[in-house]
Design a binder for this molecule. Structure first.
Ligand SMILES: [Fe+2]
Ligand SMILES: [Fe+2]
Length: 175
C-alpha cells in the first residue's frame, strides 16, 4: 500500500470513529433533555447533532467506497460516548456544553492537523475537512455562548473530557 493510501486510511478510520462518538454523545444528551422536558437544550443539541450526522454519513460512505474497515473499538466508543452524553447532561445543561466545548477544541486541532497533511494529497477530502472543522468550531462557540464556562467544576470536567478525547483519537488511529 502506498503512502497516500495509508494516510487516507488512517484519516478516514479515526474520523469515522470520532463522528460516531459525537453522534452518540448528542444522542445521550438528547435522551436526558427529552426526559427532563428541557426543550431549549434539546433543540440546541439537536441542531448540532444534525451536523454530526452529515459528518458521520460522509465518513461511512467514503469508508465503504474505499473498503476501509472501522476501528475495532467502534462498539466501545459508541457506548462510552453515549455514557458521556448521558452523564454530562445529568450534571446539567451547562455541563453538557462543557462536553461539547472540550471535545470540539480537541477535534478542531485534530482536523487542522489532517487538513495540513492532506495538502497536495487529496484536495477533495481536504475541502470537506475544512468544512467539518468550521462546523466543530461553531459547535464549540455555541457551547461557550450557552454557558459552558459557568458550569460547576468547569476546569476539571473540561480537562477530563479533553484527555478522554485525545485517548480515543490515539486508540482509533491504531486499533
Ligand atoms: Fe463532527
Ligand atoms: Fe461537533
Amino acid at each position: 500500500m502506498n503512502v497516500k493510501e495509508n494516510i487516507l486510511k488512517k484519516i478516514i478510520r479515526v474520523d469515522q470513529a470520532g463522528e460516531l462518538g459525537a453522534q452518540q454523545i448528542y444522542q445521550g444528551q438528547k435522551m436526558i433533555f427529552k426526559l427532563q422536558k428541557n426543550k431549549k437544550d434539546f433543540d440546541q443539541i439537536s441542531k448540532m447533532a444534525v451536523d454530526e450526522k452529515e459528518h458521520l454519513d460522509f465518513f461511512d460512505n467514503i469508508a465503504k467506497e474505499k473498503k476501509i474497515r472501522p476501528t475495532k473499538l467502534k462498539g466501545l466508543f459508541g457506548l462510552g460516548a453515549y455514557a458521556m452524553g448521558v452523564g454530562t447532561a445529568l450534571m446539567g445543561p451547562k455541563a453538557a456544553y462543557v462536553c461539547t466545548e472540550a471535545v470540539e477544541e480537541i477535534i478542531e486541532k485534530h482536523y487542522q492537523k489532517q487538513i495540513d497533511q492532506l495538502e497536495g494529497v487529496d484536495e477533495e477530502l481536504r475541502k470537506k475537512l475544512v468544512k467539518f472543522r468550521d462546523d466543530e468550531v461553531e459547535h464549540k462557540n455555541t457551547a461557550i455562548d450557552e454557558g459552558s464556562r459557568e458550569a460547576f467544576g468547569y476546569s476539571i470536567l473540561r480537562k477530563t473530557i479533553n484527555e478522554t478525547t485525545k485517548a480515543a483519537i490515539f486508540l482509533a488511529e491504531r486499533i
